[in-house]
Write a protein that binds this ligand. Structure first.
Ligand code: NDP
Ligand code: HSE
Length: 439
């Protein structure tokens, strides 16, 4: 089995190392030895430490490598849309099997890759693209194919989980925690993809596509990152017995006409400390899958980093190599359901809202009236001092109101917050966070 490796950075370097260290076992599991035909990189002169590989294998001509007749399997761990899409479409059309960790490309234009795989007859595997080492996509695309998945909820970005966990546990600053996550190899080449939620949104699209047998792309996913989450939000969550996580939620629902739809979203949310996702720290990922017959399933493990991701890549390499030797291919893409995507405004969510208000008679009633006008039901109200940010003491003429709502359409909640911002009795809306997992 001859393998072309595209990329030899954080993940690719570990793929090379594992291929070397496990070569005898991999050969036994596949039924044939696996050899690296070439490694495409951007910089031939980059110091790659003591990587156990012949330097003559490196090339900057990725397309030339992909086109070689002696290549059976192409492993892409470069990232980005182009030129990766061109290389992989070329490989798949030529009948080669492809293993990729490139969630950005899969979410942007997975259709092009699936179509090319169908045309060429090779396999397209991408376990490493979501939740690093965690075996998650294969259960979705194989083990759960006899069931009906209703919701997928998870923490799927290691970098942002690392940052939020550090802010919560040690009070670390955002920038300092991001720098550490980058040094540890968790962040994307451009960490904006992590902190602005693009990476999690890409993963959400991949998960939703598999769970709901529907092509969902990154553009269909409502996305908010963590850059607006402040130390005050983290403290406010703590005061409520909660923590803040960047969640990915993909759920079935129905439109006004009763037609089945899906809603896919990524945003920070407060969850109670008793929620199983609350204890997922560091760069770990965890994903809940709810299915009609199976009930709740939870997948947990390392979601980022070179070695964990390389583990998933190699699992795919073994699978596609075995298929090639047996002259078979995996089941092709399942997108028959073709559900429509429900806009975020129709998603049912809950909000936690902190307001600085004038502390005088009638203010609470005026604030409650805004919620009532938008048909949003209030679950709890807590009043404290605006100066202290908690109950007791503080300025005489201001108060802090912390309101948690019941479930309502997101558009109604957003409109409520918009109207509150315009009231002269509301000095400022200090924090707005969605709440998940009831408390
Ligand atoms: P790195 O930036 O560490 O490595 C990228 C590699 O691609 C480098 O070897 C680089 O070459 C090479 N490269 C970049 N541009 C080109 C080009 N035009 N032609 C040839 N080679 C090129 O990225 P990662 O290893 O972190 O990530 C790789 C992929 O894996 C991405 O899709 C990422 O989203 C995904 N992924 C990463 C995870 C992680 O934890 N890091 C986890 C899960 C998925 P050179 O070495 O010369 O710079
Ligand atoms: N940057 C990604 C993360 C890598 O932090 O989760 C794993 O996909």
């Amino acid at each position: 089995m001859r393998l072309a490796l595209l990329g030899c950075g954080t993940v690719g370097g570990e793929v090379v190392r594992l291929l070397h260290e496990q070569s005898a076992d991999l050969a036994a599991r596949i039924g044939a030895p696996i050899e690296i035909a070439g490694i495409a990189v951007r910089r031939l002169n980059r110091d790659r430490g003591d990587l156990p590989v012949d330097p003559a294998l490196f090339t900057t001509d990725a397309l030339g490598l992909v086109k070689r007749d002696d290549v059976d399997v192409v492993v892409e761990v470069v990232g980005g849309i182009e030129p990766a899409r061109g290389w992989l479409v070329e490989a798949l059309r030529a009948g080669k099997s492809v293993v990729t960790a490139n969630k950005a490309l899969l979410a942007e234009d997975g259709a092009a890759l699936h179509d090319a795989a169908a045309e060429g007859g090779g396999d397209l595997y991408y376990e490493a693209s979501v939740a690093g080492a965690i075996p998650l996509l294969r259960p979705l695309r194989e083990s759960l194919h006899g069931d009906r998945i209703t919701q997928v909820t998870g923490i799927v970005n290691g970098t942002t989980n690392f940052i939020l966990s550090a802010m919560d546990a040690t009070g670390a600053g955002f920038a300092e925690a991001l720098e550490e996550a980058t040094e540890l190899g968790y962040a994307e080449a451009d960490p904006t993809a992590d902190v602005e939620g693009f990476d999690a949104a890409a993963k959400a699209a991949i998960l939703a596509s598999l769970a709901f047998h529907t092509r969902v792309s990154a553009a269909d996913v409502h996305r908010e990152g963590i850059t607006e989450v402040t130390a005050a939000d983290v403290a406010s969550a703590k005061a409520m017995g909660c923590t803040i996580k960047l969640l990915c939620i993909a759920a079935r629902g129905a439109d006004a006409a009763g037609r089945e739809t899906v809603n896919v979203r990524v945003h920070p949310a407060m969850i109670p400390l008793t929620h199983p996702l609350a204890s997922v720290g560091d760069a770990f990922n965890a994903v809940f899958v709810e299915a009609e017959a199976a009930g709740q399933l939870m997948f947990y493990g390392r979601g980022a980093g070179g070695a964990p991701t390389a583990s998933a890549v190699l699992g795919d390499v073994v699978a596609v190599a075995r298929n090639r030797l047996a002259g078979v291919r995996a089941a092709s893409e399942s997108a028959y359901a073709d559900l429509s995507v429900r806009p975020m405004g129709e998603a049912l969510t809950r909000y936690h809202i902190s307001l600085d208000v004038a502390d005088r008679p009638g203010v609470l009633a005026a604030v409650a009236g805004v919620f009532a006008r938008h048909d949003v039901s209030i679950a709890t109200v807590r009043q404290g001092s605006a100066a202290a940010g908690t109950s007791g003491g503080g300025r005489d003429d201001d108060a802090e109101l912390v309101i948690v709502t019941h479930v309502a359409p997101d558009a109604a909640l957003a409109a409520t917050v918009g109207e509150l911002r315009g009231l002269d009795i509301v000095r400022s809306v200090t924090s707005v966070l969605r709440v998940e997992g009831g408390f």
